[in-house]
Write a protein that binds this ligand. Structure first.
Ligand code: ADP
Ligand code: ASP
Ligand code: MG
Length: 471
């Protein structure tokens, strides 16, 4: 069995949706059995839905109506462009309209209450996938395929961490097997809503922004799929974000651990959790371009090919560098433990840690949205030391980014750091902090926002990544 996920731009218009249906038809014909399809919302729809909810809660009574109208128009146009059967198209338009009416009522209550809980936000955000899945399934039927919309709330069981829920695997597996396998066995393509799931009690949750990739691998794992194919708008996983480095190249293959590092440190092409459900089971993932389906894309498997040395360079922005510094920290055991204990208590995750060898300071990086919670919590933890002057201050430097250089081939090769930091220094870029992951797959540095793009380009060029076989 193959699980295929189509992202927002792949289902962004009726024409694109018709293209998705053609790809599904082609795969069904070639393999003799239908794929399981996972879809994102049409591009931009999730953002629009969220904007409707936040403006409503802020007392704006107009925006959500306008957004509702736009969404209705956009989906109606898509249906006109990809659903040929008139009767079928009419029924679908009515269904979409009733979902959007319900959305409008929901926004009206958010407006009236002036309150938006994470749970309410999930219900609103998840509507985009529920709309697009219906249109995609209808487009497939228009092309003579058998297809059925499946709400992921029926099959992906999660905890109740709204906005960023985690799937519960045994429960999910049981439901996926029960609901999806019988459809595929009778030749029906299940078209599953990405991004969403539900708690054991059936309350809708979302798995985090951009998480339809993760939905696909959760299903892939639960179905013991042969492979998971992520269809997107670029040719595969590239050596850098093509919007930053115009010479970025598509990687023919990459290992699970390398791609996990790349996505964790900002390569938007895959959600950071994508690899986790499939890597331990050895299920390969392919990243493919839905507009150029003949291209081979990137194959992600267990095997790390050591060449080229550096596979990719990524950047993650909107971070803060927190520093705890002072003369009284040297040689005092437990300072790091207490510092990270206080961060953990504030519920924030740390992206990178460094400590200078003099032990006079500890630096770590968190998302800027979390920085005040962290500074407050660390300040409380070290209240006594701050009073005594053993610690000077807990400070936060904002508008910084991590540049991560990733490649299994870097392991045990001397001189790599020299080349990386040399390339950056040559451009006059100031490095605020450095860390190397224990896997040696990843060398990361913190720079300020204004230097990110230039830094990524410098390293990309240094390792010849724009040339085939670079490194
Ligand atoms: P989808 O809607 O299909 O999920 P996304 O927009 O989430 O697509 O991800 C694809 C985009 O990720 C590409 O258009 C590209 O701009 C961006 N991107 C960032 N880093 C990389 C990378 N290393 N390789 C490929 N694409 C990347
Ligand atoms: N539509 C969701 C989002 O925009 C999920 C996804 O696209 O993967 O976050
Ligand atoms: Mg995506």
């Amino acid at each position: 069995m193959i699980v295929m996920k189509f992202g927002g731009s792949s289902v962004g218009t009726g024409e694109r949706i018709a293209n998705v249906a053609r790809i599904a038809a082609d795969v069904t014909e070639r393999r003799g059995t239908p794929p399981v399809v996972v879809v994102s919302a049409m591009s931009g729809v999730t953002d629009a839905l969220r904007r409707a909810a936040t403006t409503a809660t802020a007392g704006d009574q107009d925006t959500f109506h306008l957004i509702r109208d736009e969404l209705q128009q956009r989906h109606k146009q898509a249906i006109d462009d990809c659903v040929s059967d008139m009767e079928h198209a009419r029924a679908l338009r009515a269904e979409i309209e009733s979902l959007l009416n319900w959305f409008e009522t929901l926004c009206q209550s958010i407006y009236t209450l002036g309150e938006l809980t994470p749970r309410g936000m999930d219900v609103v955000s998840g509507l985009g996938e529920r709309l697009s899945a219906r249109v995609v399934a209808a487009a497939m039927r228009s092309q003579g395929l058998k297809a059925r919309t499946v709400e992921a709330t029926e099959i992906i069981v999660t905890d109740n961490k709204f906005g960023n829920a985690t799937p519960l695997f045994p429960e999910t597996r049981e439901r996926v097997q029960r609901r999806i396998v019988p459809l595929v066995e009778v030749g029906v393509i299940p078209v599953v809503t990405g991004f969403i799931g539900a708690t054991l009690d059936g309350v809708l949750t979302t798995l985090g922004r951009g998480s339809s990739d993760f939905s696909a691998t959760v299903l892939g794992s639960a179905l013991d799929a042969e492979e998971v194919w992520i269809w997107t708008d670029v040719d595969g996983v590239m050596t850098a974000d093509p919007r930053i480095v115009s010479q970025a190249r598509t990687l023919p293959s990459i290992s699970y651990s390398e791609v996990a590092e790349l996505s964790y440190f900002g390569a938007k092409v895959l959600h950071p959790s994508t690899i986790q459900p499939v890597s331990s089971r050895g299920i390969p993932v392919r990243v493919l371009n839905s507009l150029r389906p003949e291209n081979p894309g990137t194959l992600i498997t267990n095997d790390a090919v050591d060449e080229p040395l550096v596979k990719g360079i990524t950047a993650i922005r909107d971070l803060s560098l927190i520093t705890i510094a002072g003369p009284g920290m040297q040689g005092v055991p437990g300072v790091a433990g207490r510092a990270f204990g206080s961060v953990a208590r504030s519920g924030v995750s740390v992206l990178m840690i460094t400590q200078s060898s003099s032990e006079q300071s500890i630096c770590f990086v968190v998302r800027t949205v979390d920085h005040s919670a962290v500074v407050q919590s660390a300040g409380a933890e070290f209240e006594l030391e701050l009073m005594r002057g053993d610690i000077d201050a807990v400070t936060s430097q904002d508008e910084v980014a991590i540049i991560a250089v990733v490649g299994a081939g870097m392991r045990g090769k001397p001189g790599i750091a020299y080349h990386i930091f040399g390339a950056v220094a040559e451009r006059g870029i100031n490095i605020l902090s450095i860390a190397q992951g224990s896997s040696e797959y990843n060398l990361s540095m913190v720079v300020s926002h204004q230097d990110v793009d230039e830094g990524v380009r410098a390293i990309h060029q240094q390792f010849g990544l724009d040339r085939i076989g670079g490194g």
